[in-house]
Design a protein around this ligand. Structure first.
Ligand SMILES: Cc1ncc(COP(=O)(O)O)c(C=O)c1O
Length: 461
């Protein structure tokens, strides 16, 4: 964290810059505006997923190659969004393109297993040290099935999650995510709040949120659930939170969670949909050295094709292997996705690639920290592997409460506009982080830092 005295930020100036940058983006994206007018007549809200919505219109993309993407107006940007972290391989990587093209010629889907699925499972087992795998098509499917497996294995219904963490769009986990600070509830007894309409409160009540980075609070809640006769089947958590910018686990936290869950016979699920292949070859398991009972993955696994995975110990996956749990799906292990994943794992996300990503991330984090210190901005740069962000907050964010309490949302919005207007395609949303790809270079990350410096200078001049 920056220890410099922070500059006093003039809110009127932030508003003025935001208006200026918004106008500039509108003026440079008339094609997206026209596409939105057309799209909204057939596509609900003009987009395929609510996370693609944006006011006054979304930026529609046309193509991407390597670290670059182009929108329908021909604006070229360096991609730091990378499909919410699905593309650390970069776009249209030749090795993945070749593998998928070859597979296309051989038939795209059989709903029968292929050798590529075996090879991908073997490689994931090697990387994560977790022995049994199944494939799905998205992160949501991975977390949904993992929870069902944990419930079957333990014979319990309740699940514990971290307040503020996103684990996909099914009912079990669309609970206690983005809610206003004053609705969180008592830290010892957070509310189980459905995230959006259509989720029965009775389902939400089975999901009990606890704060991140507080193992004692987790254990107290687990003990109270046991006393209430509702012992948890699982704790599902991101080992490093990637949906509040980046919030790293404090030293000893994951080890303590591992110990607590083991002592109470609770299945520990690391949701590695975002951390997965992005922060190390063996994800958070390798990076932080704590081995859960299950991991869930998606995003970066498929090299841009919709693919996900569930890994588990032999003990946990027994309920799948003996047929008690129907872990099923017509498109599970789809040959195109498996061909892409295999090429990605064996030819793209190599040890050298991870060294490259670490080097670039160190460089961008150091660059952003330098700007924060030079201009006295209230914030800090934080990251791991290919992931990182500048968190605009005068104090360190360790969980959802501190995020809601101290994040400067106006600065986060302004930074996004600054980036988009200066050739940086950045993840939208105040909770998101950058994902670097193997095709990024020192020039790419220096460009990011230069744009950040321009914003800092405009803000403080
Ligand atoms: C940690 C985490 N888990 C699960 C999901 C759900 O993945 P998907 O959108 O592929 O269903 C996401 C998506 O952002 C995620 O960040």
């Amino acid at each position: 964290m920056s220890t410099q005295a922070t500059a006093h930020l003039d809110r009127a100036k932030i508003a003025e810059l935001t208006e200026r940058e918004q106008r500039r983006l509108d003026e440079s994206t008339p094609g997206s505006s026209a596409m939105f007018q057309r799209a909204r007549r057939a596509l609900a809200g003009g987009v395929a997923s609510a996370y693609q919505e944006r006011q006054p219109w979304p930026i529609y993309l046309e193509r991407g190659v390597g670290s670059r993407v182009w929108d329908v107006d021909g604006n070229e940007r360096i991609d730091f969004h990378n499909a919410f972290g699905s593309m650390p391989q970069g776009h249209a990587h030749p090795a993945i393109t070749k593998a998928v093209r070859e597979r296309l010629e051989l038939g795209t889907h059989f709903a029968a297993p292929t050798e590529d699925a075996v090879a991908v499972a073997e490689e994931l087992a090697r990387r994560f040290g977790i022995t049994r795998w199944r494939f799905v098509n998205s992160g949501s499917e991975a977390t949904m099935d993992a929870i069902r497996i944990a419930r079957a294995q333990t014979g319990r219904d309740t699940i514990v999650k971290i307040f503020g963490s996103y684990h996909g769009h099914h009912d079990y986990v669309m609970v206690s995510i983005g809610v206003p600070y004053d609705e969180i509830g008592d830290r010892e007894h957070y509310e189980s709040l459905p995230y959006g309409a259509g989720i029965p409160q009775s389902v939400a009540d089975l999901t009990v949120p606890v704060p991140f980075n507080d193992a004692d609070a987790m254990e107290r809640r687990i003990e109270s659930l046991i006393e209430e006769g509702r012992p948890p089947a699982c704790v599902i958590m991101e080992p490093a939170m990637m949906n509040l910018g980046v919030v790293l686990p404090e030293p000893g936290y994951l080890e303590a969670v591992r110990d607590i869950t083991q002592r109470h016979g609770i299945v520990l699920i690391f949701d590695e949909v975002k951390t997965g292949l992005c922060i190390a070859a063996g994800g958070a398991v390798e990076r932080f050295g704590v081995v859960p009972d299950m991991v869930t993955m998606a995003k970066s696994l498929g090299g841009g094709l919709p693919t996900g995975a569930i890994g588990g110990t032999e003990e946990v996956m027994e309920v799948v292997e003996d047929g008690r749990v129907y872990q099923v799906g017509t498109y599970n292990g789809n040959p195109l996705g498996m061909a892409a994943a295999r090429a990605s794992l064996t030819e793209v996300l190599t040890p050298e690639a991870y060294a490259h990503l670490d080097r670039l991330n160190d460089r961008i984090l150091a660059g952003c920290t330098g700007v924060i210190e030079k201009y006295g901005l209230p914030g800090y740069a934080i990251g791991v592997g290919s992931k990182g962000c500048v968190t605009f907050s005068p104090q360190k964010i360790v969980d959802y409460e501190t995020f809601k309490e101290t994040q400067d949302a106006e600065l986060a919005d302004l930074a996004w506009l600054f980036n988009m207007n200066r050739g940086i395609f950045m993840t939208p949303g105040r909770e998101e982080e950058w994902t670097l790809s193997v095709t990024h270079t020192e020039e790419s990350v220096d460009r990011y830092v230069a744009v950040f410096e321009e914003m800092a200078s405009d803000l403080t001049s």
